[in-house]
Write a protein that binds this ligand. Structure first.
Ligand code: KIV
Ligand code: ZN
Length: 528
C-alpha cells in the first residue's frame, strides 16, 4: 500500500528552528472521559495556556454543542497572546460555525479535517477518494475566504496510502492551507516510520516549502511523545499536544514531556526550541488536575508527584552531594517550588495576590474575593499554608460563577452510637433549601441529602479522597465522578474538613451536569 520512501537527504526547513506548540487540551483533551469543563473552567485554562506561552490554543469544536461554541468564542474574545483555533469537519456548516466562533480573535485559525485512510473512507465516511479530494478543496477554500490562517488535517494519516496523502495535501495547499497536520489518530505508528512519513511528505507534496508540517499523536502504544520528537527531527515544525497528556483513549502527546525533552536534550534536537515558559508547566498541570479532578499518575514524567523524588539511599546521597548526579533538570525549571511555607494567617490581600501571581494564577473580582476568604478561613484552621493549598483554593474558587447549585453549609452527627445524620443547606437558583438525611456512613448521608435537594437522576461512579499536602492538618481534596444519560463528569472539592470537601465535590459535579444539560443542542453532541 505504501510507496517507497524518499531519500534521507536533509532538506532546509523554511520554518527555521522554532517549534510551534499547538495545545489541544481544551479540544482533544476535553474529549477524555470525565475531563469536560464549563465555560469558566475553560477560560481559566486558556489564560494559563497564554501564560505558558503556547503558540496555538485549540479552544474547541464549535459545531459540537452550543457550550463548545460559546467557550471558543469567549476565549477568542479574551486571549490575545496566542492563535485561537476552532476545529471543523469539512462540512459547510461545520466550517461556518468555526469561523463564527473564532472570528473575534486577534489571531484566529480554522482547523478543518477529514479522514484519508481507506479504512475510514470505506467504513466511516462511505466516500470515494475523489469525493474526499473535493471536500478538502471546498472546506479549505471556504475557511480561507474568511480567515488567513487555515490548518488542514488528514485524519488517520498514518494508516493512509502515502500517494493519496500527497494528493490530499497538495489539494489543501493549493486551496490555501497554511499548516498541514499528519495525525496518528489511533496511536499506531512508530518513531522511525513516522519520521520517514514526514520526510516523504515534505519532499513530495507540491508547495510543501510554503507550509508548516504539524504532528498530532495519540498514546495507544505509549509512543506519542517519541513519535512527535522523531517527526520534529524529520522537519515537522508544529507539535499538537495537551497538558498532562490528557486526550482520547490513552491520551495525546504530553506537552510537558515534549517541551522538556527539547530543552534538556537541545544538542540531540539540533537547537530547535519552543517559546514555552517552562516555569509555568507545573502550575498548568496542577490547575488542569484541580479543575477536572483527574490527577496524574505519581510516576508521570515531569509533573508526577514522584518525578523529582529520590527514594533510594544511594540516590539521595548523590543528590545531596551534587544534584547533577541524578537530576537531569531542576524542579524549579518547571515551576515546581517544593512544599515551601508561603503565607500565614497575618498575610493580607496584597501578599496573597502577589503569591498567586508568582504561582501563575490571575484571579480577579468575585473569584479573588472568594479565594481570599477561603485562604483566611484556612489560615485560621491550619498552621502551615503550602503552595499546593493555594492552588487548590484557586481551583475551588474559579469553578462557581454561573452554578445552579451553591453549597452553603453542612452539619453532621456521626460516630459509633448510631447511623450518621447530615443536614445540608444549598442555594438552588438563588433560593436557600435545606435537607436532612441519614445513611450507612457520613458520606452516604451527605450525598443522600444533596441528591434529594437537587432531585438528581445521576449515578455515583467513583469517590476519591487525597491529601493536598503532608501533615494531619492537610486539606482533603475529594473528587466525585457521576454519570447521567451517558454523560460522565468529575467534580472536586477542597476543604480542611473532608466531609465538607465531599459535599462540595458532589455539588460541583452536579453543576457540571446541569451546565451540559442547559447547553445540549436538540441533537446529541457530535464527537470525532
Ligand atoms: O486524532 C485526530 O486525528 C484528531 C484530528 C481531528 C486532528 O484529533
Ligand atoms: Zn486527536
Amino acid at each position: 500500500m505504501k510507496s517507497g520512501s524518499p531519500s534521507n537527504r536533509s532538506m532546509p526547513n523554511p520554518n527555521g528552528d522554532s517549534i510551534r506548540i499547538f495545545d489541544t487540551t481544551l479540544r482533544d483533551g476535553e474529549q477524555s472521559p470525565g475531563c469536560s469543563m464549563n465555560l469558566h473552567e475553560k477560560l481559566a485554562i486558556a489564560r494559563q495556556l497564554e501564560k505558558l506561552g503556547v503558540d496555538v490554543i485549540e479552544a474547541g469544536f464549535p459545531i459540537a454543542s452550543d457550550g463548545d461554541f460559546e467557550a471558543v468564542q469567549a476565549i477568542a474574545k479574551e486571549i490575545e497572546g496566542a492563535i485561537i483555533c476552532g476545529l471543523a469537519r469539512t462540512g459547510q456548516k461545520d466550517v461556518e460555525r468555526a469561523i463564527q466562533a473564532v472570528e473575534a480573535a486577534r489571531h484566529p485559525r480554522i482547523h478543518t479535517f477529514i479522514a484519508t485512510s481507506d479504512i475510514h473512507l470505506k467504513h466511516k465516511l462511505r466516500m470515494s477518494r475523489v469525493q474526499v479530494l473535493a471536500e478538502v478543496d471546498r472546506a479549505v477554500r471556504q475557511a480561507r475566504s474568511a480567515i488567513a490562517d487555515v490548518e488542514f488535517s488528514a485524519e488517520d494519516a498514518t494508516r493512509s496510502d502515502r500517494d493519496f496523502l500527497v494528493e490530499v495535501f497538495g489539494v489543501a495547499v493549493r486551496a490555501g492551507a497554511t499548516t498541514l497536520n499528519v495525525p496518528d489518530t489511533v496511536g499506531y505508528t512508530t518513531p522511525g516510520e513516522y519520521a520517514d512519513l514526514i520526510r516523504f511528505l515534505r519532499e513530495r507534496v507540491e508547495g510543501a516549502d510554503r507550509v508548516v508540517f504539524s504532528v498530532h499523536c495519540h498514546d495507544d502504544l505509549g509512543l506519542a511523545v517519541a513519535n512527535s520528537l522523531a517527526a520534529l527531527q524529520a522537519g515537522a515544525r508544529q507539535v499538537e499536544c495537551t497538558v498532562n497528556g490528557i486526550g482520547e483513549r490513552a491520551g495525546n502527546t504530553s506537552l510537558e514531556e515534549v517541551v522538556m525533552a527539547l530543552k534538556t536534550r537541545a544538542e540531540v534536537f539540533a537547537g530547535v526550541d519552543t517559546k514555552i515558559v517552562t516555569q509555568e508547566i507545573y502550575p498548568s498541570s496542577r490547575l488542569l488536575s484541580s479543575i477536572t479532578g483527574v490527577q496524574v499518575q505519581p510516576n508521570k514524567a515531569i509533573v508526577g508527584d514522584n518525578a523529582f523524588a529520590h527514594e533510594a539511599g544511594i540516590h539521595q546521597d548523590g543528590v545531596l552531594k551534587a544534584a547533577i548526579t541524578y537530576e537531569i533538570m531542576t524542579p524549579a525549571s518547571i515551576g515546581r517550588a517544593s512544599n515551601e511555607l508561603v503565607l500565614g494567617k497575618h498575610s493580607g490581600r496584597h501578599a496573597f495576590r502577589d503569591r498567586l501571581q508568582e504561582l501563575g494564577f490571575s484571579v480577579e473580582g468575585e473569584e479573588f474575593e472568594r479565594a481570599f476568604k477561603r485562604f483566611k478561613d484556612l489560615a485560621d484552621a491550619k498552621k502551615v499554608i503550602y503552595n499546593e493549598d493555594l492552588e487548590a483554593i484557586v481551583a475551588d474558587s474559579v469553578q462557581q460563577l454561573d452554578d445552579r447549585y451553591r453549597f452553603q453549609s453542612l452539619s453532621l452527627v456521626c460516630g459509633s452510637d448510631g447511623p450518621p445524620n447530615a443536614r445540608v443547606v444549598l442555594e438552588i437558583d438563588g433560593q436557600e433549601s435545606a435537607r436532612e438525611a441519614s445513611g450507612v456512613g457520613p458520606v452516604d448521608a451527605i450525598f443522600r441529602a444533596i441528591a434529594e435537594l437537587t432531585a438528581t437522576g445521576s449515578e455515583l461512579i467513583r469517590y476519591q479522597v487525597h491529601a493536598v499536602t503532608a501533615g494531619l492538618d492537610a486539606q482533603g481534596e475529594v473528587s466525585v465522578t457521576i454519570e447521567e444519560a451517558g454523560r460522565r463528569v468529575i467534580g472536586n472539592g477542597v476543604h480542611e474538613d473532608v466531609m465538607v470537601a465531599s459535599a462540595k465535590a458532589y455539588v460541583h459535579a452536579l453543576n457540571k451536569l446541569e451546565w451540559h444539560k442547559a447547553r445540549r443542542q436538540a441533537s446529541e453532541p457530535k464527537g470525532i
